[in-house]
Ligand binder design. Structure first.
Ligand SMILES: NC(=O)c1ccc[n+]([C@@H]2O[C@H](COP(=O)([O-])OP(=O)(O)OC[C@H]3O[C@@H](n4cnc5c(N)ncnc54)[C@H](O)[C@@H]3O)[C@@H](O)[C@H]2O)c1
Length: 257
C-alpha cells in the first residue's frame, strides 16, 4: 500500500476507523471522511502523531457536490485516488408499517446512493490511471433478510448489485470492486440498535445481545473491527487482483444455518 492514496468514508468510528488506521500503518496516504468533524480530525491527528499520512475531512457523503469537491481537491493535491472504501452507514429498526418514510429514504441515500456518487466520481481518475481498488462495506443483511431492517436490508442488497455493475465496468481498467459483508461487529452502530431491537422483539435492552443476537451466531460472539479490517486489506492487496464483483462474508457462521 506504500504511497497509495486511499479514501475511507465513515472513518470517525468503528469499522471505517479501523480500516483507515490499518491503511495508514501499511504506508497509504489516507483521507478520512466523516460528517463528524471533531472525531475525524482527532483520529487523523492521532495517526499523524504516530508518523503516518492521514488527513481528516468533514464531509456529508450524501451531498454529491460536497463529495465531488473533496475528491477533486484530493486529486489536485495527489494526482490520484487508488483506493475507495465506501463504509459510512447507520441503522434504524422498525416494522415496515411503522417505518418512517423519510428514514427509509435517508438510509437508502446514505448506504446506496452515496456509494454510487463516490464510485461515479472516483471512476474517471481510476480509469485514467488504470488502477483502482474499491470496497463497499455491505452486510450479511445484503444477503439475507432481518425483520425490522427494511431500509438497511434494501440498501445493503442494493449496494451488492452496484458492486457487480461497477466490477464489470472497471474490469478492463485494472479496477476491482468488491463488497465485504460482515455479520455482527462490536461497534457503536451495533450497540445503538440494541434498544430498538429490544422494543421490536419485546425483550429488555440488556438482554438483547444474549437473547436475540448471539443465539443467531454459531460462534456465539460479536466480530471485532480488526477482523473486518484484515479481510478488507486482503481485498486491496496485489494478491486479490483477480477477485472482483464478489460479496465476501465474514459472520461467525451466521448465514450458514
Ligand atoms: N457493526 C456491525 O455489526 C456491522 C455489520 C455489518 C455491516 N456494517 C457496516 O459497516 C459500516 C460501518 O459501520 P460501523 O458499525 O463501523 O458504524 P459506526 O456507527 O461505528 O460508524 C459509522 C460512521 O459513519 C459516519 N456517517 C454516518 N452518516 C454519514 C454521512 N452522511 N456522511 C459521512 N459520514 C457518515 C458516522 O459519523 C460514523 O463515524 C456501515 O456501512 C455498516 O452498515 C456494520
Amino acid at each position: 500500500m506504500k504511497d497509495r492514496v486511499a479514501i475511507v468514508t465513515g472513518a470517525a468510528s468503528g469499522i471505517g476507523l479501523e480500516v483507515a488506521k490499518r491503511l495508514a500503518s501499511v504506508g497509504a496516504e489516507v483521507y478520512l471522511l466523516d460528517r463528524d468533524a471533531r472525531q475525524v480530525s482527532l483520529h487523523a491527528q492521532m495517526l499523524v502523531e504516530q508518523g503516518f499520512s492521514a488527513i481528516g475531512i468533514e464531509c456529508d457523503i450524501t451531498d454529491e457536490s460536497s463529495l465531488e469537491r473533496v475528491f477533486q481537491e484530493i486529486v489536485v493535491d495527489t494526482g490520484r485516488i487508488d483506493i475507495l472504501i465506501n463504509n459510512a452507514g447507520r441503522q434504524f429498526v422498525a416494522a415496515i408499517d411503522q417505518f418512517p418514510s423519510h428514514e427509509f429514504e435517508s438510509m437508502i441515500k446514505l448506504m446506496l446512493v452515496a456509494p454510487f456518487f463516490a464510485i461515479k466520481h472516483v471512476f474517471p481518475v481510476m480509469k485514467q490511471r488504470g488502477y483502482g481498488r474499491i470496497v463497499n462495506m455491505a452486510s450479511v443483511n445484503g444477503v439475507i433478510g432481518f425483520a425490522g431492517k427494511a431500509a438497511y436490508n434494501s440498501a445493503k442488497h442494493g449496494v451488492i448489485g452496484l458492486t457487480k455493475v461497477a466490477a464489470l465496468e472497471g474490469a478492463a481498467y485494472g479496477i476491482t470492486v468488491n463488497a465485504v459483508c460482515p455479520g455482527y461487529v462490536d461497534t457503536p452502530l451495533l450497540r445503538n440498535q440494541l434498544a430498538d431491537l429490544g422494543r421490536a422483539h419485546k425483550v429488555a435492552v440488556d438482554r438483547v445481545l444474549e437473547d436475540i443476537l448471539l443465539p443467531l451466531i454459531p460462534q456465539r460472539r460479536l466480530l471485532d473491527v480488526s477482523e473486518v479490517a484484515d479481510y478488507t486489506l486482503y481485498l486491496l492487496g496485489e494478491q486479490a487482483k483477480g477477485i472482483t464483483g464478489q460479496s465476501v462474508i465474514i459472520d461467525g457462521g451466521y448465514t450458514v444455518q
